[in-house]
Design a protein around this ligand. Sequence first.
Ligand SMILES: [Zn+2]
Length: 92
Amino acid sequence: ADYWKSQPRKFCQYCKCWIADNKPSIEFHERGKNHKQNVTAKIDEIKKKSIEKAKKEEKMSKEFAAMEEAAMKAYQEDMKRLQGESVITVVL
Ligand SMILES: [Zn+2]
């Protein structure tokens, strides 16, 4: 147990692994092929996610616009109907 206490460790979020928290170890780890691949993969994942998010938001805004249009049409229909009714009232 003392071994872990005396060895401060740093967590690499890209590789999901622990490395010794000292400059040579960190540099060695960051120069590693595995780490570089993991960093690239992470960046690709973030890019992919942000593209997906943008697409989702675009879809949502389109759906919202369609909803708004439908509401506007319904409102116009109501107005027409109300106007028609009031015309009838006037005629009567
Ligand atoms: Zn790493």
